[in-house]
Design a protein around this ligand. Structure first.
Ligand code: X8Z
Ligand code: ZN
Length: 597
């Protein structure tokens, strides 16, 4: 069985080559790419189905089936990229040249040409994803916590002992991944080099329609733009935590212990809103309470999300979405609970996979995931290689843009909230938002600062954990709650490291979503302060949004950005405008405090 696929591939490619070589060069290139697209499109459906089943039913068999499918598409893509090099010197129209470029960028985990090594790599990748999905911390013999339970405790517990214990327990899932991860890096780098890139990180950085160095420069520019806002938030939160837990648990001028921020990775801090010193009910409402009061269940929350998109003029989700999605954690089996959105057939078979709990963050995540699905549907008529986000940050920003429009005014319109809170509630509402959106910025930035250096060899396996915490301290100003060593592998306790999902996309999205939001507010005719704007129900906003979405990745991303916002640069101006009143307030509160760590 093992040789059937490569032999078939070999003859298929010989036949294809012979057919193509009899035409003029440009026509050859066109035919090559059309055939490549139809082959990859067909294979991608198989890969998606296998991966869907594997992540929904984690067993040794589904793991093997998914690894096989992934192995096959990696082999075919690698071969197509090799063959595409024969057209390197041909002058092509921009659309065609773009397709060749996108083909070369299409593997997130490039693999060695050697089939045995490629297989080894795809198997490692699938096993890391599965191990993350199955992971649990058993704090008592009969009390095993999965990630959903861990997140809930870290968000709601205020007992530093319990927080430390659960944090540590979750971080025990990843040391067994360490060796496989290091091997994965080695193998994927070999694949990247064979494709002509320095390493896998360099391949990832090449996907932004600009030279990789210019991209790194842009990231630094964005970080410097938002750093003062982050420092203001960090200083404020540290002081409040120090008041709450006492100076023995957290010092007033050092980094913040990572287990006290309401989240296993300290990436979004919304969970600790209730202990940052504002009067109870200062926001005028609590979304979790509103959802519960209306007896909304998981599916009801998703319907509510869909309604927002429909109000903008987007067509309803297909019946199959409701039949095939996973909304709640099954009681009887392991699934990968980390939320994701799927486009199985590159047409209409879109789905989400989530373990929804009735709480505010999950309501936001639902809108996030639906953003992926509505984007996928908007570009479904593009040729296969143009089916994708303008860049991966765009894909992550669509649903978050909608989620920003979940304002009190919107909640009142849909009957979840009786009375819109007065302007005095703005600061508390903005603070709650900042705990997620501003706190996330350095986290979004540092993950791939770490991974790019891992791929480039600047960080060696012997320093994986040390360098991880150096970056956590440098960017986020946080520290591990207990001493760590190279016996640990804390990066692997984060889904996107275990599952090899690039992360800079979320940092970009954190800026882009505010740019999109501001543009849609403008389009809907809204005039007031940015943080109170909702464009719910605005067909004008929907139409403009769709203009950008339907482009997919057929054009360089600045063109897509311009179609919606009139701007051609990712820029922190919009996020800074949104949080400007809060920044002023934070700086008043912080007077006399040490800033930084
Ligand atoms: O992974 C996600 C989404 C799926 S693309 C739920 N996010 C990042 C994370 O959880 O780490 C959204 C925010 C950042
Ligand atoms: Zn996403």
């Amino acid at each position: 069985m093992r040789f059937v696929i490569p032999v078939a591939l070999f003859f298929a490619s010989l036949a294809l080559q012979a057919q193509i070589m009899s035409k003029p060069p440009l026509a050859q290139a066109e035919q090559f790419i059309t055939q490549a697209e139809s082959r990859l499109s067909e294979l991608s459906v198989k890969v998606n189905r296998a991966a869907w089943v594997q992540e929904n039913f984690i067993t040794d068999d589904t793991e093997a089936l998914s690894a096989d499918a992934q192995d096959q598409i990696t082999a075919v893509t690698t071969e197509l990229i090799e063959q595409s090099k024969q057209f390197d010197r041909i002058n092509m129209p921009p659309d065609l040249a773009r397709k060749f470029k996108l083909l070369r960028l299409s593997l997130t985990a490039p693999a060695p040409r050697d089939p045995a090594l490629r297989r080894e790599m795809t198997q490692i990748a699938t096993s890391l994803d599965a191990d993350y999905g199955k992971a649990k911390y058993c704090r008592k013999p009969h009390e095993c916590l999965d990630i959903t339970a861990i997140e809930h405790i870290m968000e709601t517990s205020r007992d530093p002992k319990e927080l430390g214990d659960v944090w540590l327990g979750w971080h025990k899932i990843s040391p067994p991944m360490r060796q496989r991860y290091a091997r994965f890096v080695e193998l994927s780098n070999q694949g990247a080099r064979e494709l002509g890139y320095k390493d896998t990180g360099a391949l990832w950085r090449a996907g932004y329609d600009m030279p990789p160095d210019a991209f790194s420069g842009d990231l630094e520019r964005l970080w410097q733009q938002v750093l003062p806002l982050y420092l203001s938030l960090h200083t404020f939160v540290r002081a409040k935590l120090s008041q709450h837990y006492g100076p023995n648990v957290i010092s007033a001028d050092g980094p913040i212990p990572a287990d006290l921020l309401g989240n296993p990775w300290a990436q979004q801090w919304g969970g600790i809103f209730s202990i940052v010193g504002l009067p109870e009910n200062s926001r005028g409402y609590d979304l979790t309470e509103l959802l519960k009061a209306k007896n909304l269940d998981a599916k009801g929350m998703v319907h509510c999300g869909e309604n927002f998109y429909k109000s903008l003029g987007f067509a309803p989700l297909p019946q199959t979405f409701w039949e095939r999605s996973l909304f709640t954690k099954p009681a009887d089996r392991d699934v990968v609970c980390h939320a994701s959105a799927w486009d199985i057939d590159n047409k209409d078979d879109v789905r989400v996979k989530m373990c929804i709990q009735v709480r505010d963050v999950d309501f936001v995540t639902i809108h996030h995931e639906l953003g992926h699905n509505f984007y996928q549907r908007a570009y479904k008529n593009q040729p296969f290689l143009f089916e994708g986000g303008a860049n991966d940050g765009f894909h992550e920003a669509i649903g978050d843009t909608i989620a920003l429009a979940i304002t009190p005014e919107y909640l009142q319109k849909i009957g979840l909230l009786d009375k819109v809170p007065p302007p005095e509630a703005d600061i508390p509402i903005l603070l709650r938002q900042a705990l997620d959106k501003v706190a996330f910025l350095p986290f979004g930035l540092m993950i791939d600062q770490w991974r790019w250096k891992v791929f480039s060899g600047d960080i060696k396996p012997a320093d994986y954990n040390k360098s991880w915490w150096e970056l956590r301290k440098k960017y986020q100003g946080i520290a591990p709650p207990v001493d760590r060593s190279e016996a640990d592998f804390d990066p692997g306790a984060k889904y996107h490291v275990a599952a090899n999902v690039p992360y800079m996309r979320y940092f970009l999205a954190d800026m882009l979503e505010f740019q999109f939001y501001r543009a849609l507010c403008r389009e809907s005719g809204y005039k007031g302060p940015l943080n109170r704007c909702t464009f719910y129900g605005s067909k004008e906003a929907g139409e403009k949004f769709n203009k950008m979405l339907e482009i997919g990745q057929s054009k360089p991303w600045p063109d897509a950005l311009e179609a919606l916002t009139g701007e051609r640069q990712v820029d922190a101006g919009a996020i800074l405008e949104y949080f400007a009143p809060l920044k002023k307030w934070l700086d008043e509160q912080n007077r006399g405090q040490k800033v930084g760590w």
